[in-house]
Design a protein around this ligand. Structure first.
Ligand SMILES: [Zn+2]
Length: 91
């Protein structure tokens, strides 16, 4: 799976940017809801980057749906993104 530089969700452009996140422990990615950006830590394997991309994408999708409780529910976001990743990597 190739991680795109940008995607569109409901007509809104989301930039996907590889970022230096060394200073933030346990943080592989970050979703910037206001500006419509997904940051992915660049010091990771390709698979970790792909998993992180799907994870942050699920956060962004819930945001787009106006589901703020689900957006902030890491258990739901993690579970959904892990299963989605299993499917996406087979495509
Ligand atoms: Zn998360």
């Amino acid at each position: 799976m190739n991680i795109p530089n940008k995607i569109q969700i409901e007509g809104k452009t989301i930039d996907i940017v590889m970022e230096d996140m060394k200073d933030i422990d346990y943080c592989w990615g970050k979703t910037y809801f206001g500006t419509g950006k997904i940051g992915i830590a660049k010091n990771m394997s390709d698979e970790q980057k792909q998993i992180t991309f799907i994870h942050e994408l699920v956060h962004m999708i819930f945001e787009t749906m106006g589901e703020s409780e689900l957006r902030d529910n890491e258990k739901i976001v993690h579970g959904l993104s892990e299963l989605l990743y299993q499917v996406v990597k087979q495509i």
